[in-house]
Design a protein around this ligand. Structure first.
Ligand code: COI
Length: 345
């Protein structure tokens, strides 16, 4: 059925926060005796979990975040789910969780989105259906070691912009008091521990009225790593710059924007970015699935403040990148790299 003609859930689509809204279904796959089950749709929002599960004690869990959209011509599409599948496999390898095969991952995305099709926001609202795949070690185990059983669950929830106001600049603070990751830790994997380690830094920023904080590399404390929620990008002249670091999460949004920037005739540069260089950038953005591109108005670094734009208006390049990306996602701009996976409700 055409999504635009479907009876949608009764929600204030234009005013959704980035939060949890109950939807109809989630999907669950169980790993036992070396095999993943074929997946069952559930309407239960809770999961039965043994109190000795290694995911609870030893943080043996990994997750993903991706979005589904309604296109202008009424289709439902997920943005680059194959990339999330590959990234989840990398996270799983690192923390000893059995890989979720691509076919199973994509099956989960198709089924959970189709089952919750009435929660895919109408395209003109700017909102999306956020999809959260999560894999956790479930079997009871007290000694340190990987679980023998796992649950892979995917839920979906309609969301608005991550930062208040949508595509509106926010102020950032460089946090040096706490690290998000260790030099050879799990910073490049999407595991809960990185976000738990970053909570203290985020709250430190919030207390000082900075909605977002920026981390430097944990070894030299000199190079840009990433923001608390998302990757860092900088625009300098006609160059799109993103930091090269082994401790940052390879953002799918960043990777996509780099391609778009190249298509727009910009140079694309992935290299170490010294915090001292940032002062010379024309524009800075925080990029990720949830953040999309959040323009950074200024960065407070020790006793200095680097300013890139006003609190009201993003810079011209960030604006163009944002528009191109969101138009691809809603089918208003050619999907020339087949980034969209169509889902039949
Ligand atoms: C995402 O962008 O999808 C994330 O998982 C980041 C999270 C802080 C919401």
């Amino acid at each position: 059925m055409n999504s635009a003609k479907m009876e949608k859930a009764n929600l204030d689509w234009g005013d959704l926060p980035f939060g949890y809204v109950k939807t109809d279904y989630n999907i669950r796959y169980y790993y036992k005796n070396g095999e993943w089950s074929s997946g069952e749709i559930s309407s239960d929002e809770n999961i039965p979990l043994h109190m000795a599960a290694p995911s609870l004690h030893y943080g043996q869990q990994a997750f993903e975040g991706l979005k589904a959209f309604e296109t202008v011509d009424g289709r439902i599409v997920a943005f680059r789910p194959d990339e999330n599948s590959h990234r989840l496999q990398k996270s799983c390898d690192r923390i000893y969780i059995p890989r979720i095969p691509d076919e199973l991952f994509l099956d989960a995305i198709r089924r959970v989105v189709a089952a919750n099709a009435r929660f895919v926001p109408p395209h003109y609202t700017g909102a999306s259906l956020y999809i959260r795949p999560l894999v956790i070690g479930t079997g009871a185990r007290v000694g340190l070691g990987p679980a023998e059983e796992y649950l892979f669950i995917v839920f979906a929830t309609p969301v608005g912009p991550y930062y208040k106001g949508g595509f509106k600049p926010v102020r950032a603070l460089v946090v040096e008091e706490f690290d998000r990751t260790a030099p050879r830790g799990v910073g490049d994997c999407k595991v809960g521990g990185n976000y738990a380690a970053g909570l203290r830094g985020s709250m430190f920023g919030h207390e000082k009225n900075y909605p977002i904080v920026l981390y430097l590399d944990p070894k030299e404390k000199k190079y840009i790593d990433e923001f608390s929620t998302s990757n860092f990008i900088g625009i300098k002249g006609d160059t799109y710059i993103s930091p090269d670091s082994i401790t940052i999460l390879p953002s799918i949004t960043n990777k996509s924007l780099a391609v778009i920037a190249g298509d727009m005739g910009m140079k694309v540069d992935k290299r170490k970015v010294d915090i001292e260089e940032v002062e010379s950038f024309d524009e800075v953005g925080a990029v990720g699935t949830a953040a999309v591109i959040t323009p950074i108005a200024s960065i407070k670094y020790r006793d200095r403040e680097f300013t890139f734009c006003s609190n009201e208006n993003a810079g011209p390049v960030s604006t163009k990148l944002y528009e191109r990306l969101t138009k691809i996602q809603t089918g208003e701009y050619e999907d020339r790299y087949s980034w969209l996976m169509e889902i039949n409700p």
